[in-house]
Design a protein around this ligand. Structure first.
Ligand SMILES: Nc1nc2c(ncn2[C@@H]2O[C@H](COP(=O)(O)OP(=O)(O)OP(=O)(O)O)[C@@H](O)[C@H]2O)c(=O)[nH]1
Ligand SMILES: [Mg+2]
Length: 267
């Protein structure tokens, strides 16, 4: 557990009148943080859960997840920051929820959920930098304040919710392959979860009809010519990294169908 990051997150939340938690609508339960909810409750702030990347799921799935989160007692809103869908309405929705002027909104969430992209979409012009790869130029490193319109401010934060959990959850929460000592078992777990919900996903992304995760990585390595120089064996570590990266870049089609949201009883 990363206490320093949680402390930093609390400091950001305290500066805000309202908090937007950005989650990935492909798997909103895994990319949502109950610990964040507890913190926001304790600090007595308003929370809006923004289900982003709605362009990657059918409309009924986007609506279904929004309904499930609302049934669980949350303010919820789906958007596509990239396609600028719903972002203008989100701006109005936030303005309705706050009763002070000026007000500040903290935008938090796991890495790569699209926090900076949402701020850009709300601002209407490109200002916060975005990137799929941690450490590369667009990656948000520090909390930054942006003016959306007079009296409406937003704080962009780096992927400040510490990535916790085993595989494949930590990957779905944005852990990059570079951070993994051995990317193969996490990639295998990710493939398994993807195939569980979308049996054709790997065939659609790579033209590989194999269903065993290790064989999929082997075939991908062979197809791309990645081999160990000495033995000529397929370099499945590289295939594993590519599959994880492709998941982050949304090149592998996948989503989880809407289901009821249950607050964990004891944490
Ligand atoms: N398909 C799709 N991709 C999106 C959407 N919003 C963001 N992305 C992509 O997701 C990746 C991460 O977006 P960012 O806005 O940098 O995410 P972030 O949460 O600010 O990331 P960190 O600052 O690294 O934590 C980028 O490749 C974006 O293009 C969306 O609505 N649809
Ligand atoms: Mg960012």
């Amino acid at each position: 557990m990363d206490l320093a990051s949680w402390r930093l997150l609390a400091r950001t939340v305290k500066k805000a009148d309202l908090v937007v938690e950005v989650v990935d609508i492909r798997d909103p339960v895994s990319t949502h943080s109950w610990r964040l909810v507890e913190m926001i409750d304790a600090l007595d702030r308003e929370l809006v859960i923004v289900l982003n990347k709605a362009d990657l799921v059918p409309l009924h799935v986007a609506i279904g997840w929004k309904d499930r989160f609302e049934e669980a007692g949350f303010n919820a809103f789906y958007v596509s920051a990239n396609k600028r869908l719903g972002t203008r309405r989100l701006r109005g929705y936030i303005k309705h929820l706050v009763d002070t002027i000026p007000f500040t909104v903290a935008v938090v969430g796991y890495p790569k959920t699209g926090k900076s992209s949402i701020i850009n979409a709300l601002k209407g012009k490109h200002s916060a930098q975005t990137s799929p790869v941690p450490g590369s130029p667009g990656y948000t490193r520090h909390a930054q304040l942006y003016k959306i319109e007079p009296g409406f401010y937003m704080i962009d934060t780096p992927g400040v919710i510490p990535v916790e959990g085993g595989w494949p959850d930590s990957i779905i929460r944005g852990r990059s392959p570079e951070e993994l000592p051995d990317p193969v078992p996490p990639a295998a777990a990710l493939i398994e979860k993807i195939l569980q919900y979308r049996p054709n996903a790997i065939a659609e992304a790579y033209g590989i009809t194999e269903t065993d995760p290790y064989k999929i990585m082997e075939e991908l390595a062979l197809a791309r010519g990645w081999k160990y120089r000495l033995t000529g064996e397929p370099l499945i570590e590289e295939a594993a990294r590519v599959i994880i990266r492709d998941y982050h870049k949304a090149k592998i089609p996948f989503y989880i169908p809407p289901q009821p949201i249950r607050r964990p009883r004891q944490r």
